[in-house]
Write a protein that binds this ligand. Structure first.
Ligand code: F6P
Length: 691
């Protein structure tokens, strides 16, 4: 049987732009995740049936998503990925992506909050969270539709913090849809960012923190780039959810499983898969004319001076300002380098919709300007700051680097730290933050620094510049070999292989039942703070309750809508399930054939390699904007399960009181926690609890 692979990510492998004449051109999406997944998919057996589901990010993407016109182009490209872009309502997308994923989750997972002032989780955030849920549901709907349209053994690879809720939503949808129809299927979630330890993670509103973990635990496998992040995730599962966690030491940088989390009767393997680079392909790309022209130009600009190079998005976690401060301190404290070194700093635009990013970009420019003012001489420019995304030029800079500076405050992996040594002509010294996931694999041959310590970073830059040639070459070669050891093909192939071998992969519905969670297990999930118990109890009975806990508040439109629906004894309008059923009945939606692998775009360094492709056919999504409240169904009791189409309800009863079902028309199942703290009821009319 052929394998079927579905990928889901916010940013897709292609993005579109309008030309001056209104025509559309496509280019490869940027970032480490895109590079890893795209190149990993390229290495799969050609018979593998792949579809990549992503969000339309711009008006041009939306136009393509809506267009049914086929124009698959592959100008010299060696394969194609069918891509399906989801045309999610702009306001929903904006709140989910900018306000929740980028402003809350990114800051949380990288521990970037300026805590005296941020975060503030008020009513606006609750509204944004509703959008995050709707956006995750749109992905779950699309994945469900795709999953039901094929017979091959199914693997679903869900990417990143944007889509934390999708594994649980998908598991519920497919479990209910498939019934006894056993399938060879597995869901994986991979987080490309760090994960935060429980003390920091607990900054999230309880119900949100719980829903995110519960969402990922809907997967059979949760992957991370480094053991640190996997461990932090398991710590949160234990501390926040009260989940049962068993750990196995990795004893090295990975890949491999590091533990299992048992929660709601399902086992999720937690694993480490470090992502390296496809070294031969990267070197081949660097031999191309556009890169070599930049090599010549940069050589002329630098003369015979040493080069310190950095290549980053202008991203708060990348720590560019402290990097510049360290360079300044180097020039102050080690004046022997003045006139003998040039710092090439590539700081490409990123997330300019967010005020923090715009302010940070200003800081970068300002400090760069000050350094230039302070040290420039008639024949020496100490710093060249490049803010225009230029892929061939970044590759050229890496090829020429004597020193590569990678000093993030925190980073899931960091591919530039690996690409630089692979590209370097003379072997470069790597000054690397110990807070980057890549430090787990590269520590032995890099100069590790505390990213907050500007003086230490300046000193490491000095050591790197002063390093004898032979040592720099030896270290550089070792770094390059390590980077090449986990290429995308192995990274992605390893995930697919272990997903297939997991006993937990496959739907609970195979047995016709959701696994029940015994009362003793519920009480064993109790934490001193309480919520884990009540939520575990609720979660044990009904699929999507986690999400509802996070969204349904008394008096909100969704709660009102739910009660109205419950009184009327009907399922809510436009429920995701209804949509899914409609979608499943309709013919498989068309997808576009995307250039899978371009000679011009194999690297995380790239943001926009400029290898334009004509627009190809992309399906309009059945999962566009919709109101979250319309997805609600009957809960007569506020607080639990109104907004996510699940009729689970819950109410507080005195300890020891008998369980009672009070929701209209919902006496089907009731269970109480061992402590008698909460009654959980599900309605026979609920399409999640009672498919
Ligand atoms: O680090 C995780 C990641 O998904 C990267 O792959 C990517 O570079 C970034 O986060 C997302 O960036 P953006 O918000 O520009 O899509």
């Amino acid at each position: 049987m052929n394998q079927r692979v579905l990928v889901a990510s916010n940013r897709g492998p292609v993005s579109y732009q309008f030309g001056a004449d209104g025509s559309l051109t496509g280019s490869r999406g940027g970032g480490g995740m895109i590079a890893g997944v795209t190149d990993g998919l390229a290495a799969l057996d050609p018979g593998t049936d792949v579809t990549w589901i992503c969000a339309a990010l711009s008006d041009a993407d939306r136009a393509v998503a809506r267009s049914q016109e086929a124009d698959p182009s592959d100008e010299g490209l060696r394969a194609g990925i069918p891509v399906r872009m989801l045309d999610i309502a702009p306001a929903t997308f904006d709140r989910a992506y900018n306000n929740v994923a980028n402003s809350a989750l990114w800051f949380l997972l990288h521990q970037l909050f300026d805590t005296p002032n941020q975060p503030r989780f008020g009513r606006e955030f609750r509204r944004d969270w509703e959008s995050y849920l709707a956006y995750n549901e749109a992905f779950a709907d699309a994945l469900t539709q795709e999953a039901l349209s094929g017979d091959a053994g199914l693997r679903v690879l869900i990417q990143d913090y944007h889509l934390c809720l999708v594994p649980r939503l998908l598991r519920n949808r497919l479990g209910h849809r498939l019934g006894e129809d056993a399938r060879d299927a597995g869901i994986g979630h991979f987080c490309h960012t760090p994960w935060a330890p429980p003390d920091y993670y607990r900054m999230l509103p309880d119900e949100v923190g719980w829903a995110l973990l519960d969402g990922i635990l809907g997967a059979d496998r949760a992957g991370f780039h480094a053991e640190r992040w996997a461990t932090a995730f398991m710590d949160c599962c234990a501390a926040v959810l009260g989940a049962q966690v068993s750990r196995v030491g990795l004893g090295g940088p990975g890949p491999g499983p590091v533990g299992r989390v048992t929660y709601r009767g399902h086992v999720t393997e937690v694993a480490v898969n470090p992502l390296g680079v496809d070294a031969p392909a990267l070197r081949e790309r660097a031999r191309a004319g556009d890169v070599q022209a930049n090599v010549d130009a940069l050589r002329r600009a630098a003369g015979d001076r040493k080069l310190i190079v950095r290549v980053d998005r202008t991203e708060l976690s990348k720590n560019i300002v402290r990097g510049l401060a360290a360079y300044r301190e180097l020039l102050v404290t080690r004046p022997q380098w003045r006139g003998r070194v040039v710092h090439l700093a590539f700081a490409y635009p990123s997330r300019s919709a967010l005020a923090e990013y715009r302010a940070y970009t200003d800081q970068v420019r300002q400090l760069a300007g000050q350094i230039t003012e302070e040290f420039r001489t008639a024949d020496w420019d100490p710093l060249l700051l490049e803010v225009r995304d230029d892929y061939p030029r970044s590759l050229a800079a890496c090829a020429l680097a004597d020193v590569l500076l990678v000093n993030p405050i925190r980073d899931g992996m960091n591919l530039v730290a690996q690409e630089g040594p692979v590209l370097s002509e003379r072997g470069c010294a790597l000054v690397l933050s110990r807070e980057a996931g890549a430090a787990a694999t590269l520590a032995a041959d890099a100069l590790l620094v505390n990213p907050y310590d500007v003086t230490e970073t300046a000193e490491a830059l000095h050591q790197a510049l002063a390093m004898p040639d032979a040592e720099r070459q030896r270290r550089g070669a070792a770094l390059a070999a390590t980077a090449a050891a986990d290429p995308p093909a192995r990274w992605l192939g390893g995930q697919l292989a272990s997903l297939g071998s997991l006993p937990g992969a496959g739907w609970p519905a195979r047995s016709g039942q959701w696994p029940s969670w015994p009362a003793s297990a519920v009480s064993s999930a109790t934490t001193p703070s309480g919520p884990a118990t009540t939520r575990s109890a609720a979660a044990a009975t009904c699929g999507d309750s986690a999400l509802a806990l996070a969204t349904a508040q008394p008096g909100t439109p969704s709660a009102r809508s739910a009660r109205t629906a419950a009184k009327a004894g009907r399922s809510p309008r436009s429920s995701p399930q209804n949509k899914t059923e409609r979608a499943a009945r309709s013919p498989a939606s068309p997808v576009s054939a995307l250039p899978l692998s371009t000679p011009g775009g194999r690297s995380s360094i790239t943001r926009r390699p400029g290898s334009a492709a004509r627009p190809s056919r992309v399906a309009s999504s059945p999962s566009g904007a919709r109101s979250r409240s319309s997805a609600a169904c009957g809960s007569a009791v506020p607080r639990v399960c109104t907004a996510t189409a699940c009729a689970l309800s819950s109410t507080q009863v005195p300890s020891g009181a008998p369980a009672a079902a009070s929701t209209p028309g919902s006496a089907a199942r009731a269970s109480a926690t061992a402590a008698g703290a909460r009654v959980v009821v599900s309605s026979p009319s609920c399409h999640r609890c009672q498919p």
